[in-house]
Design a protein around this ligand. Structure first.
Ligand code: DGL
Length: 261
């Protein structure tokens, strides 16, 4: 592998700001890589669009990451775009394209006989991919699907623990308070509201987030192709966004999220 290629950035994208929670895990694991984070906030939310629309939007972003930034791999830091478009994109491009899926498997397996709440976008929850995953690894009726599209909208406005977030989550999660043994954060926006979700559901609810596994998979694929950056210096992060003030909001939310970790 030529040095020039190894030094290329990793492209990370989401419908908006949510993918920053995955970027944070990637930086923990591979601090010496360079990253381009692209938030498609002008087109967010993805989770209430059709599968075809999400595929077209995701493809446009992948093209931009490749053409403008010559990325060496793409992390689709969005459960919705992964479920709607990852398989198709992988057939169309030769670079590694890694996705993220709701962490239903560990949540179901670690809590036999107990309720698991799966929070995600409506599009993720209605995909065959999600329903097959539940059928394969959970007991019948163990996983309760909880679409939370408004949480995406509030986080896109830069809110993570506002009264509006608490009010929305209190209503949405009321049936599961004190009962859920696990809660799957099946949308990359939701870890921003992890504290509120945990407080509302109660301490018995263990939180599951697929970001650590997804970041590990990026590292594994780059290592297997001998494409990891060997630099000993911390890498750079470039924030790009399709909405005018989106990149500035990304910088602010990323710094906030890093502080909380
Ligand atoms: N962050 C995204 C996900 O992981 C999608 C949010 C949205 O645009 O609806 O599913």
């Amino acid at each position: 592998m030529s040095k020039e290629y190894v030094d290329r950035p990793i492209g990370v994208f989401d419908s908006g700001q949510g993918g920053l929670t995955v970027l944070s895990r990637l930086v923990d694991l591979m601090p010496n890589e360079d990253y381009v984070f692209y938030g498609d906030s002008a087109n967010a939310p993805y989770g209430v669009k059709s599968k075809e629309e999400v595929y077209q939007l995701a493809k446009r972003v992948v093209d931009e990451l490749i053409d403008k930034h010559q990325v060496k791999a793409v992390m689709i830091a969005c459960n919705t775009a992964t479920s709607a478009a990852a398989d198709r994109l992988r057939r169309e491009y030769s670079l590694p394209i890694i996705g993220i899926e709701p962490a239903v498997k560990p949540a179901a397996e670690e809590n036999p006989g107990r309720q698991v709440v799966a929070m995600a976008t409506p599009l993720t929850l209605e995909q065959d991919k999600f329903n097959q995953l539940v059928a394969e690894c959970a007991e019948p009726g163990q996983v309760v699907k909880v679409p939370a599209p408004k949480l995406v909208e509030l986080i896109e406005k830069g809110q993570t623990d506002s009264p509006a977030i608490y009010q929305y989550l209190e209503e949405l999660l009321a049936p599961y308070v004190g009962k859920a043994a696990g809660v799957v954060l099946g949308c990359t926006h939701f870890p921003f509201a992890k504290q509120a979700i945990q407080e509302i559901l109660g301490p018995q609810a263990k939180v599951y987030d697929g970001a650590i596994g997804a970041a590990a998979e990026v590292k594994r694929q780059l290592a297997s192709q001998d494409e990891l950056n060997a630099s000993s210096q911390p890498g750079q992060i470039l924030f790009e966004n399709s909405a005018p003030a989106g990149a500035d909001l990304s910088k602010r939310l990323y710094a906030l999220y890093r502080q909380k970790q």
